[in-house]
Design a protein around this ligand. Structure first.
Ligand code: 13P
Length: 249
């Protein structure tokens, strides 16, 4: 069975002192346990150097929250995949719904970002998910398949190297979690789409994200096609994040 991946998305939260105490608490909480699942924290770019040093030699992998679709050059404010690699970044979120919504990121741009990450040896965590209006219009499957298809088409056989995160937009930061059955239903669709695209797709971890917390993680992670979680708010509290990790291990 493949390992589950529990990834924290800190979003635009943190500070030098807060990061250090959160990581110390996580590392001491993890010390007793073997790394039975993959664990990562996706942090704001200015803290990559700090986190690289805090996480060195630990079971926690470093992740970024975004990457430029360009290789380098005159793109003010952007961060290239090669720069992330300089700080031992292992994972990078691409296409988070907050970037699709607030920064107008299209499916094509997200696919290119995934390609840049892969080319630099970074695993893109490709985020997809429907809005409430799309769900209510019965378009969930169509939307998530379209979002994932863009990444599959551009990345060809490399697609087996990605991680997918299904994050229904209506469940993010709202306290409204998709029920385990609702999440599983979409994950099964994504699993079938990935399997049809690549002979090696079985290794792809499909995470659920959207108000996953210490209380509901076990049930969600118990679904056959849920291979981990992408955690926002609960990843900022060491005890909650550790409980979610324990549910995955
Ligand atoms: P919450 O866990 O805070 O709902 O956020 C989910 C998310 O967007 C993770 O990327």
């Amino acid at each position: 069975m493949k390992k589950k991946l529990i990834a924290g998305n800190w979003k635009m939260n943190g500070g030098l002192a807060a990061n250090e105490s959160l990581i110390q608490a996580l590392l001491s909480g993890l010390a007793a346990k073997a790394a039975l699942c993959d664990i990562a924290v996706c942090v704001p770019a200015p803290y990559l150097a700090q986190l690289q040093s805090l996480l060195a030699g630990s079971a926690l992998a470093l992740g970024a929250q975004d990457v430029s679709a360009h290789e380098g050059g005159a793109y003010t404010g952007e961060v290239a995949a090669a720069m992330l690699k300089d700080f031992a970044v292992r994972y990078c979120l691409v296409g988070h719904s907050e970037r699709r919504l607030y920064h107008g990121e299209s499916d094509a741009l997200v696919a290119t970002k995934a390609q840049r990450a892969l080319a630099a040896g970074i695993t893109p965590i490709v985020c997809i998910g429907e809005t409430l209006a799309e769900r209510e219009a019965g378009k969930t499957e169509e939307v998530v398949k379209r979002q994932l298809a863009a990444v599959i088409q551009l990345n060809g056989h490399c697609v087996s190297e990605i991680v997918v995160a299904y994050e229904p937009v209506w469940a993010i930061g709202t306290g409204k979690t998709a029920s385990p059955e609702q999440a599983q239903e979409v994950h099964a669709v994504l699993r079938a789409q990935l399997n049809a695209a690549s002979a090696h797709a079985e290794r792809i971890q499909i995470l659920y994200g959207g108000s996953m917390n210490a209380a509901n993680a076990q049930q969600l992670l118990g679904q056959p096609d849920i291979d981990g979680g992408l955690i926002g708010g609960a990843a900022l509290k060491a005890a909650d994040f550790l409980t979610i990790i324990a549910a995955a291990a």
